[in-house]
Design a protein around this ligand. Structure first.
Ligand SMILES: Cc1cc2nc3c(=O)[nH]c(=O)nc-3n(C[C@H](O)[C@H](O)[C@H](O)COP(=O)(O)OP(=O)(O)OC[C@H]3O[C@@H](n4cnc5c(N)ncnc54)[C@H](O)[C@@H]3O)c2cc1C
Length: 459
């Protein structure tokens, strides 16, 4: 059965549904394909459930610290993992239902539930239905990557998706991968009471960040009793009576860690291998990401790629911004470009890391004259009052233009406070402008002008 539409969207993640709303509002007849869970990764197996779990883990951590605040909790706290799980699941399911109801009720939109596959540059098959459209928008996201590591096929392992089905606390969780997703799970499960080991093949955690950031995060996690094994050059797996033996090192330290559970958090891969892109002629790079130009158009006229599958972002806000770019260019005749986006993101451990723009190392590589300022959270009143003084703030600026190039706030409310700097960068304002702002006391943000006032040339 062949159906023709003005436009078609594949994937109900973070860009597709909002784009559907804009296209149908402009009068187009639009087809929508989703093969699994409405809301995609963020709502079902990413941001929403994990940040809900992070909140439970924070509550547990603060409860254990009650005495420090003069709050007596007479007996050891107990984690009711079934309730923790149910809370996360309920919040994810509510989000999913909301997206599905929105799409199904959208005037001008026909929802097809099933796997979409290209059969030509303007045609896509979903089961029995063959859909044609002159405009096709791909928003198929990604999934956990499972590299072919020695022994991986002989053991049970978890990914960010399957770990969310656990309603018990693992005895010993071995997290393979010391980056953003792995560290969030590592800290939350430690706080739920698991023994946790993070195994990272590189020399330090979250290697994309500056060394001082990596080091401070390692300290934060180690202080909570998380074992960190970096330089794990020989990662391998074999069954063990107590779970899984993970080989971590060929040269020094205990060569093996035995975990009751193993979480693989070693990266993501795009869902583009089963999309029939070759039938449409859509080009991908060596890792399978769809190649796009600055307006997110693919190599085939009339086909765009948005969200994680284009490799230009790996976050909900970047996927959503992709929708904004495409909608503005197509429907408002603007010329928005993805290269105008200032990178910003957070690592939601506690305390969180808020990041914007370049790292100090990246800024140094540009060869520009730089100013740097750093302030420990022990010198931020709000952090002291809250008894949460781990971490620091760091800002890097161009000494000539006085523009901020990047910043990191690793500390309480760092994920929120960073927006003051992000907004300045988006406005294109030089940093002295912010020094004349009168921020609210007592907040973490109020120290940002002070940090800017301390900017000094780098050695
Ligand atoms: C554990 C974890 C935590 C995260 N935390 C955060 C966070 O705190 N903040 C943040 O910004 N980002 C976070 N992310 C990243 C965020 O989830 C993604 O960047 C975001 O979901 C990308 O949206 P998307 O629209 O590109 O794709 P997705 O959300 O992955 O959606 C793609 C959709 O396409 C569907 N699909 C795929 N192929 C087909 C096909 N052939 N036919 C039909 N449908 C198809 C899928 O079923 C899915 O519903 C996290 C990710 C993970 C894994």
């Amino acid at each position: 059965m062949e159906h023709s539409f003005d436009a078609m969207i594949i994937g109900a993640g973070q860009a597709g549904p909002s784009l559907a709303a804009r296209l149908t509002a402009s009068g187009m007849k639009v087809a929508f394909a989703e093969r699994h869970l409405f809301g995609g990764t963020c709502v079902n197996t990413g941001c929403r459930p994990t940040k809900t779990l992070v909140a439970s883990a924070y509550a547990a951590h603060q409860a254990r610290r009650g005495a420090e605040y003069g709050v007596a909790i007479e007996s050891p706290i107990r984690i009711d993992m079934k309730r923790v799980w149910a809370r996360a699941n309920t919040i994810a399911v509510e989000g999913r239902k909301g997206v599905e109801a929105w799409l199904r009720g959208m005037e001008g939109l026909t929802v097809f539930q099933g796997h979409a596959r290209f059969e030509g540059p303007d045609r896509v098959r979903i089961g029995e239905a063959l859909l044609t459209a002159p405009r096709i928008f791909i928003d198929v996201g990604g999934r956990a990557s499972v590299p072919d590591m020695p022994g991986i096929d002989q053991v049970d392992y978890l990914t960010n998706t399957s770990i969310l089905q656990l309603d018990t606390v693992p005895k010993h969780l071995v997290v393979v991968g010391g980056s953003y997703i792995g560290l969030e799970f590592a800290q939350m499960y430690r706080r739920f009471g698991a023994q946790v080991t993070v195994v990272e093949k590189g020399p330090r955690l979250i290697a994309r960040e500056d060394e001082d950031v990596s080091e401070a995060i390692r300290e934060i996690l180690s202080e909570e009793g998380i074992a960190v094994r970096t330089n794990a050059t020989c990662i391998a797996f074999k069954p063990h009576p107590d779970g899984v033996a993970v080989g971590v090192d060929c040269t020094s330290g205990e060569p093996e860690v035995v975990g009751s559970h193993v979480l693989l958090a070693v990266g993501r891969r795009p869902n583009t291998d089963d999309l029939g892109l070759d039938k449409a002629g859509v080009a991908t790079d060596a890792r399978g990401y769809i190649t796009v130009d600055d307006g997110l158009a693919t190599s085939v006229p009339g086909i765009w790629a948005l969200g994680d599958c284009n490799g230009r972002g790996a976050f909900t806000h970047t996927a959503y911004n992709d929708f904004e770019i495409v909608a503005a260019n197509l429907l408002n005749r603007e010329s928005r470009r993805v290269s105008d986006r200032i990178p910003a993101y957070a690592l939601f451990i506690d305390p969180p890391l808020g990041r914007v723009g370049m790292t100090e190392a990246e800024a140094r590589k540009t060869g520009r004259p730089l100013l740097v300022s750093k302030r420990p959270m022990t010198r931020v009143g709000r952090a002291v009052e809250r008894g949460e003084t781990k971490g620091f703030m760091k800002v890097v600026a161009d000494a000539e233009t006085k523009r901020i190039l990047g910043a990191a706030i690793l500390g309480v409310s760092g994920d929120e406070a960073i927006h003051g700097i992000l907004d300045m960068m988006n406005a294109g304002s030089p940093y002295p402008t912010l020094q004349w702002a009168v921020p609210i006391h007592p907040t973490v943000s109020e120290l940002i002008p002070t940090v800017l006032g301390d900017l000094r040339p780098i050695a």
